[in-house]
Design a protein around this ligand. Structure first.
Ligand SMILES: Cc1cc2nc3c(=O)[nH]c(=O)nc-3n(C[C@H](O)[C@H](O)[C@H](O)COP(=O)(O)O)c2cc1C
Length: 490
């Protein structure tokens, strides 16, 4: 289900903590929650939260907004009502219960190993919010000296993060403190999946850490072969690029513990299969991917030209929405490799919405992990991840286990792609606002197939190659794919 509400209207909402619009509503409606569901693509969930109280209300909530009048709440909720009337949706949900390496979990969503899963209090709040478990921030025996600032981002014009860069290393708590926190959280939340991430410098350290975390109550161990930011040589992604080291350290760990071991691999390679197979030979039961992708941190061009201020530029790790297609390519590679068929795949990289989750699951991931979206929006995103996925499964009558790998074989080699057909774009002239953006892009970046006459686009099928650039650039969604395959004329 989609929702005809403009992105601009939705992104005008700041997704406040403890939203003033909700606090100010005397009808007991929660507009803050409804708009959040819409922002996270959980349109059905948003509709379900509507109450008739809004129908004849004069929208006092809009004035309670932290920027009074900024968000057109009444208009947004009215559109939701209209959609409810038109589609009369059912709200059937299917369970998300599944398992990780044979261990039952309430849903497939875990926090990924990072700052979001660093201590007892954070995990407690995340678990109460609904996360099925967490991969604890990587524990090591090294001294951590972190840089400041350590994060930067490329943001869209609406202020949302498109890609996130960090130069953070591992947990800055001592092994003893971490072990204490793990034991405590295990005791309080015995059914949550506690994946404990570790990193050693040699076999002795890997073994020591693995035994300590198993004893503390870890459900499974994640081996960090993939941090790209390590100041210690021959650790992190340096190891993940060398299959023989992956095998050696995995074997060291599996030789001393009985719980499942998952190798977290680096995307800074051409292919992940070699390292994954090495982890399997070492006794790993699963692969987690992806860790962050090596990239240059953001820098100020002015400061660096005039050489003032703190202007060091470094290579850090990239995460967030921009890495999702890269993560999916690795998930697809792993899930299509028959030699890895019995391995659990825990997918991550840019998961924000339940739709992202479906992409990862349908390409072969069996559990999902999240960091950047939580850093941007908080643990509360789990509500729409769970709700959206449960409603999707219910609507399509497909179980979570059937969804896993559903699209796995649809990923074809480019050599096998259909090349004798064209799928033309379809222009909706009634919603077109005559901006001419499609004309500009097709003229300068396409095949000159769009004419712009009397401020309306006209498609010339003789010139159109069906590339869909116009569909992508149209700011109002007035150009869509026709979805009809037409045979190419010779
Ligand atoms: C600030 C930050 C710290 C991270 N720390 C770790 C870490 O200690 N261990 C680890 O295995 N991965 C670490 N990661 C990588 C994430 O767990 C995850 O693999 C990556 O960010 C991709 O997922 P995302 O796009 O949902 O963030 C870190 C990522 C970020 C952004």
């Amino acid at each position: 289900m989609s929702m005809p509400i403009s992105k601009k209207d939705l992104t005008s909402c700041l997704l406040c903590h403890n939203p003033m619009c909700t606090n100010g509503c005397s009808n007991g409606v929660d507009p803050g929650r409804i708009i959040r569901s819409l922002r996270f693509a959980n349109y059905k969930g948003a509709i379900e939260h509507l109450t008739d109280a809004c129908l004849n209300c004069d929208a006092e909530c809009e004035n309670f907004c932290v920027i009074p009048g900024e968000v057109k709440i009444k208009a947004i909720l009215s559109k939701c009502y209209e959609e409810k009337e038109i589609h009369n949706p059912t709200f059937r949900r299917l369970s998300l219960k599944t398992s990780i390496c044979g261990i039952p979990v309430e849903n497939p969503f875990l926090l990924s190993s990072s700052v979001v899963a660093s201590n007892y209090d954070m995990l407690k709040r995340a678990f109460l919010a609904g996360w099925a478990g967490a991969s604890f921030k990587t524990i090591s025996m090294f001294d951590m000296h972190e840089a400041s600032p350590r994060y930067s981002a490329i943001k869209g014009l609406d202020g949302t993060i498109q890609s996130f860069k960090n130069i953070e290393q591992l947990s800055d708590h001592s092994v003893i403190d971490n072990i204490e926190m793990i034991s405590k959280i295990k005791e309080e939340f015995p059914t949550k999946f506690l994946l404990i991430s570790i990193m050693g410098r040699d076999e002795k350290e890997w073994k020591y850490l693995a035994m300590r975390v198993e004893k503390a109550g870890a459900s499974a161990i994640e081996l960090n072969f993939s941090c790209p930011n390590m100041t210690e040589d021959d650790t992190g992604s340096d190891v993940g690029q060398i299959p023989s080291l992956v095998e050696k350290y995995t074997k060291a760990v599996t030789s001393v513990v009985n719980i499942p071991v998952i190798a977290k691999l680096t995307p800074n390679v051409m292919s992940m299969s070699e390292a994954a197979l090495a982890a399997k030979r070492g006794g790993a039961k699963g692969i987690a991917a992806i860790n962050t992708i090596k990239s240059i941190t953001e820098f100020s061009i002015i400061e660096n030209i005039y050489n003032t201020g703190n202007n060091q530029i470094a290579v850090g790790g990239l995460s967030g929405p921009a890495v999702k297609p890269i993560a999916l390519r690795f998930i697809s590679e792993l899930s299509q490799n028959e030699e890895l068929a019995d391995m659990h795949i825990s997918g991550m990289g840019g998961i924000y919405t339940y739709e992202d989750a479906i992409m990862f699951l349908s390409l072969g991931a069996k559990s999902l992990q999240v960091t950047t979206a939580v850093m941007e929006y908080g643990y509360r995103i789990i509500e729409d991840l769970i709700d959206g996925l449960e409603l999707f499964l219910g609507e399509n009558n497909i179980s979570i286990n059937q969804l896993k790998g559903f699209n796995k074989n649809k990923v074809v080699d480019v050599k096998e792609m259909k090349r004798d057909i064209i799928i033309y774009p379809k222009i909706n002239r009634s919603t077109c606002v005559s901006c001419g953006r499609c004309y500009i892009s097709c003229s300068d970046g396409g095949h000159q197939a769009i004419e712009f006459i009397n401020r309306k686009p006209n498609l010339n099928p003789k010139k159109c190659v069906g590339c869909h650039l116009c569909v992508i650039v149209c700011p109002t969604g007035s150009i869509q794919s026709s979805q009809i395959e037409v045979e190419k004329t010779k």
